[in-house]
Design a protein around this ligand. Structure first.
Ligand code: IYR
Length: 226
């Protein structure tokens, strides 16, 4: 097989002054500090084009061998949302009533979650993000690389873009979620990665009082001696 030759072009890179760099880094941190997972959505529709622009932002993520192993499926019709809710609740009920371990139950207690997922019908848009473990091109299987990492990065871009655009999200992973591939007719090789309700928080929406770790708790440094 002949490999395509690597082609290069000049990098477009904006060099910032140190003060501007720090200001931007802090502004991004403060912006993301305001992001919370929301489980009570209003049914208010989302202005046109906003979610699509966020999908484009997510699609700019780096990926293994630039395979871009992802598909974003947006669901806004009541019938499909209901079908997703019903299937997700069947799995979640089984999880909460039978499969969950005592340790897992304890870990979830501060979040106050249960098997009922009304937000899957009420949020104006559900996005199901699929990870392509492989693609099929002209009947041939084409392997993708580092797909977990790649799709995780794209999801991070997506969540940040949606938050920046003024939208609330929940990273929901009904367990197991194989039903989504079948329900949405995705081809072989595509595995559901996450189900995201997207929209506006319900009036008076509350979120769990939880804390993020401090910088000291998450950062380790190896620095030159002073
Ligand atoms: N999928 C379940 C359980 C759940 C699991 C974890 I880990 C969470 O951080 C939150 C929920 C549910 O969505 O309720």
């Amino acid at each position: 097989m002949t490999e395509p030759a690597a082609r290069f072009q000049p990098l477009q890179f904006t060099r910032l002054r140190p003060e501007e760099m720090l200001a931007r880094a802090e502004a991004m941190r403060d912006e993301l500090r305001g992001r919370r997972s929301v489980r009570a959505f209003s049914d208010e529709p989302i202005p046109e084009g906003v979610v699509e622009a966020c999908v484009e932002a997510a699609g700019l993520a780096p990926s293994g061998a630039n395979r871009q192993p992802w598909t974003f499926v947006l669901v806004s019709d009541a019938k499909t949302k209901r079908a997703i809710r019903e299937a997700a609740e069947r799995e979640e009920r089984e999880l909460y009533e039978r499969r969950i371990t005592p340790e897992w139950r304890e870990a979830l207690a501060p979040l106050g979650t249960n098997w009922e997922k009304p937000f899957l019908e009420r949020a104006p848009v559900l996005c199901v993000l699929f990870r392509h473990s492989f693609d099929v091109e002209e009947g041939r299987k084409r392997t993708n690389y580092y797909t977990q990492e790649s799709v995780g990065i794209a999801l991070g871009f997506f969540l940040a873009a949606l938050h920046r655009a003024g939208l609330a999200t929940l990273t929901h992973t009904p367990s197991p979620m194989g039903f989504l591939a079948e329900l949405l007719g995705r081809p072989k090789g595509e595995k559901p990665y996450v189900l995201l309700p997207i929209g506006f928080p319900e009036e008076g929406c509350e979120v769990p009082s939880i804390e993020k770790k401090s910088l000291d708790e998450i950062l380790v440094r190896f620095s030159p001696r002073a």
